[in-house]
Every structure is written in structure tokens, then in C-alpha cells.
Design a protein around this ligand. Structure first.
Ligand SMILES: CC(=O)N[C@H]1[C@@H](OP(=O)(O)OP(=O)(O)OC[C@H]2O[C@@H](n3ccc(=O)[nH]c3=O)[C@H](O)[C@@H]2O)O[C@H](CO)[C@@H](O)[C@@H]1O
Ligand SMILES: C=C(OP(=O)(O)O)C(=O)O
Length: 424
């Protein structure tokens, strides 16, 4: 299993180019299932979850091509000859986002069999709202042998438009229902829809494919189903979480970096908190110049749905708080078990206590390097950030979690002058 080894203490300096968003690319790749024509995508990040999704789509029968062999971010997909409508346990257990094939397969193929994702490190993460929404659209769904087995209603074999109000805001739930509704018979209204930019990016692609969607970017999406969708070209939006992660890295390790190819407008909540922490930022249309000298100031925050502070940035900003001056309280409201990095940050010398869904960080003057273990994707990123700020050598084990969601992180950090290597 690969590890990352780093020697902390040197400030970051230089430019970093942000890749396409993992959480936009995954649903967007699944949208190819909605048509027999080709979908051409650019700015697809080259990371493990994308590779897993491409493998799953190929198993289903999608033809995947890289038109330019030297550029993995440029992908063409054609689902004209789908052989199967099944996502196996083997695939789903490695990537929960596999659930995103359920809506499109059901809408286009009229049946789908998708392994029920289990709980994962950060929480139970049920998919009851995806199922409830599809049932409201007329699907018959049974859970058998650990699989969701779904069929469209006969005799017309199409899902039908429905008014759906989810019990909570769910990102992939909104995406699954949005894709299913695009090919349904009649109008679907999704209330309490997720407003995350990645949902908006998927909706923009669907519109290019011929879907009729209004309310994009709001919590009420109205989808007038169409009989057929067609091919389209699309460029995936930049990854706001990757950009935020590099901003936290410079806030913790110090230095000055230019974050390029990002969308600052999707990072408002993160920028506000990092400004409070003392990170100096100049913001352009698609770049952020950030510099930090001295210790950051502690900043309290709570995670919530977009546009509030993202849960996917909680661990990284906690790493900044670990070495800040002062105390911060960090409240996680989205996932019930997303504090596993706390114990590992404490192994590096941090002073963080957990009380229910709140972590209380008492900033320390310095962290000291140690061997730590990554437990999930963003926990891994927080340990890398802490390792870059720590004195001495840190080794982060189990970085397959990090590789799921970051496109060449250690190479990008090396370009910023970090002393970091991958150990096979
Ligand atoms: C691939 C992807 O885009 N992943 C993101 C997506 O995950 P994901 O879409 O899985 O997260 P959700 O928005 O669905 O989850 C939000 C909350 O709702 C609960 N819930 C959700 C659905 C459901 O049917 N029932 C239910 O109870 C979840 O357990 C969680 O507590 O949004 C999360 C919240 O911003 C991010 O952390 C993930 O990075
Ligand atoms: C939790 C995350 O991803 P996923 O939903 O794919 O597990 C994440 O990106 O931080």
C-alpha cells in the first residue's frame, strides 16, 4: 500500500493548477447512460474514483475512448450498445457514487440492479431518498440479496413525472432523480434539491443533451421529461474542494501560492473562514493568490449544505486550526462520524477534543512529525496539510483514500516546493 512521506516546515511557493471536480465528474460520467449518442467531456480529473466509474460504465457496456492518448482529462463515452444494467457489489463497495447509475439506467433501460452501498467510514449514508423519489416516479423497487432491483411501471415502460420533496438535502439523491426525471413522462418537481455547484454542472450538461430543466442552482428544480436525449460536449467545473485544500495547505505551512483554474465564486464560505484565519487573498475570475506569514488564527465553523461551509473541507480547516493561535469549535452537521482525523492529528501533537458532533481545537505552537493513518479521503488531506506544517518527518499510510479524490496531489505539492514523496 502506498504511503506519503514528507518533511514539514518549509513554506509553499509557486503555482498550482486545479483539476476538474470529482463530485461533478462522477454524475456527469453517468449521464452518458441516458443517450445512445456520444458525450464528450473535458477537464475530467485523473483520479481513482473516475477510473472506477469508467470501469463500471465499461462493464455496463459503455464504450470509453480517450481521443488524445496524452490527455486523460478528455474522454468520449458512448452508451449506444449497453449490455447490462447492473452495478455489482464489487464496484459499489469501492465507490459509493456508483449509486449514480441507478437513475439513468432505470430511465433509459427500464430496469436496473445496483448493489446497495454499505455504511462507510464517515457515516451510515443510506440511499432511502433516492429510492423514495424513484418510487414516486412509478418505479417498482425491491431490495433483494443486497441489491436494489428497480423497474419502471408497465405498460408504457417510462418513469412518470412526480412532485418529490426529499426529507433532507441530498447531493447524489438530487443528481439521481434529476437524471431519471429528464427522460420521464411528464413534469417532475424536485423540492429541497441540493444547490451544490456540482449538481448545477450536471444540470448544465443535461440541458446540452436536450433536457428541459429550470431552477438550476436553486432548491426547486423543475424537469419536463423528454422522449430522448442526444450527444453533447461539456467541460467539468473546477474542483472547489481541491482548491480549498491547497488554500488550507498554504494557511498551515505558510508561503505564497497562486491557485489557477479554479472558480472562486464556489468557494465563498471557505474564503471567508481562511480570511478570518489570516490568509491574505487576492481573488481573480479563475484564480486566487494566497499568502500567509506567521501562525494562523483559530476559526470556529460549522459544516452545512451549499452555500455554507462544506463538510468536504472540514478536516482540512481543522488541520489549520491545529496549529493556530487560540481555540476553535468545529461542528459537523452532515455526517455523524467525520472526525476520525482528530485522533491522527493528535498523534502529530495537536490538542483536539471531541464532544458529540463538535470538535474543540486548542491550537498548539508546533506539530511534530509522526506516522499516521488516513481513514477517509478528506481525513487524508488534513494529515498531509498537518504533515507539511509539522516539524520533522511525517508518514501518511493508506493513501488509497487520498488517491480516490485528488489528481496527483503529491506532484502538485512538489511543484510548490514541498518535500514530499510517495513510497510504494
Ligand atoms: C460523490 C459526491 O458527490 N459525494 C458528495 C455527496 O455525497 P452524498 O450525495 O452521498 O451525500 P448526501 O448529500 O446524500 O448526504 C447528506 C446527508 O443525508 C443523508 N442521506 C442522504 C441520502 C439519503 O437517501 N438518505 C440520507 O439519510 C446522509 O447520510 C448524510 O447525512 O455530498 C456530500 C455532502 O455534501 C459530500 O460530502 C460528498 O463528497
Ligand atoms: C465524501 C466524499 O466523497 P464520496 O461521497 O465519494 O465518499 C468526499 O469527496 O469528500
Amino acid at each position: 500500500m502506498d504511503k506519503l512521506r514528507m518533511v514539514g516546515g518549509s513554506p509553499l511557493q509557486g503555482e498550482v493548477i486545479i483539476a476538474g471536480a470529482k463530485n461533478a465528474a462522477l454524475p456527469i460520467l453517468c449521464a452518458c447512460l441516458l443517450t445512445d449518442q456520444t458525450i464528450t467531456l473535458r477537464n475530467v480529473p485523473d483520479l481513482q474514483d473516475v477510473r472506477t466509474m469508467l470501469k463500471l460504465l465499461q462493464e455496463i457496456g459503455v464504450e470509453v475512448r480517450f481521443p488524445d492518448a496524452a490527455d486523460r482529462s478528455y474522454v468520449a463515452l458512448n452508451a449506444g450498445n449497453i449490455k447490462s444494467s447492473e452495478a455489482t457489489y464489487e464496484m459499489v463497495k469501492t465507490m459509493r457514487a456508483s449509486i449514480l447509475v441507478l437513475g439513468p439506467l432505470l430511465a433509459r433501460m427500464h430496469s436496473a440492479k445496483v448493489s446497495l452501498p454499505g455504511g462507510c467510514a464517515i457515516g451510515a449514508r443510506p440511499v432511502d431518498q433516492h429510492i423514495k423519489g424513484l418510487k414516486a416516479m412509478g418505479a417498482t423497487i425491491k431490495i433483494e440479496g443486497g441489491y436494489i432491483q428497480a423497474e419502471t411501471p408497465s405498460p408504457q415502460n417510462r418513469l412518470k413525472g412526480a412532485s418529490i420533496l426529499t426529507d433532507m438535502i441530498t447531493v447524489t439523491g438530487t443528481e439521481n432523480l434529476l437524471m431519471a426525471a429528464s427522460l420521464a413522462n411528464g413534469t417532475t418537481i424536485l423540492e429541497n434539491a441540493a444547490r451544490e455547484p456540482e449538481v448545477g454542472d450536471l444540470a448544465e450538461l443535461l440541458v446540452k443533451m436536450g433536457a428541459k430543466i429550470t431552477g438550476i442552482g436553486t432548491d426547486r428544480l423543475v424537469i419536463e421529461g423528454v422522449d430522448k436525449l442526444h450527444g453533447a460536449e461539456h467541460s467539468v467545473i473546477p474542483d472547489r474542494i481541491e482548491a480549498g485544500t491547497f488554500l488550507c495547505a498554504v494557511a498551515a505551512a505558510g508561503g505564497e501560492i497562486l491557485v489557477k483554474h479554479c472558480r472562486p465564486g464556489t468557494l465563498d464560505a471557505v474564503i471567508v473562514k481562511l480570511q478570518e484565519a489570516g490568509l491574505k487573498m487576492e481573488v481573480g475570475s479563475d484564480w486566487i493568490k494566497a499568502s500567509m506569514s506567521g501562525r494562523p488564527k483559530a476559526v470556529s465553523f460549522r459544516t452545512s449544505e451549499y452555500p455554507a461551509f462544506p463538510t468536504d473541507m472540514q478536516a482540512q480547516l481543522m488541520a489549520v486550526n491545529a496549529i493556530a493561535s487560540g481555540n476553535a469549535t468545529i461542528t459537523e452537521t452532515i455526517f455523524e462520524n467525520r472526525f476520525m482525523h482528530v485522533q491522527e492529528l493528535n498523534r502529530l501533537g495537536a490538542d483536539i477534543a471531541i464532544e458529540g458532533n463538535t470538535a474543540i481545537a486548542q491550537g498548539v505552537e508546533a506539530l511534530s512529525g509522526a506516522i499516521v493513518m488516513a481513514t477517509d479521503l478528506r481525513a487524508s488531506a488534513s494529515l498531509v496539510i498537518a504533515g507539511l506544517a509539522a516539524q520533522g518527518e511525517t508518514q501518511v499510510d493508506r493513501i488509497y483514500h487520498l488517491d480516490r479524490g485528488y489528481d496527483r496531489m503529491e506532484q502538485k505539492l512538489t511543484l510548490l516546493g514541498a518535500n514530499i514523496v510517495r513510497v510504494k
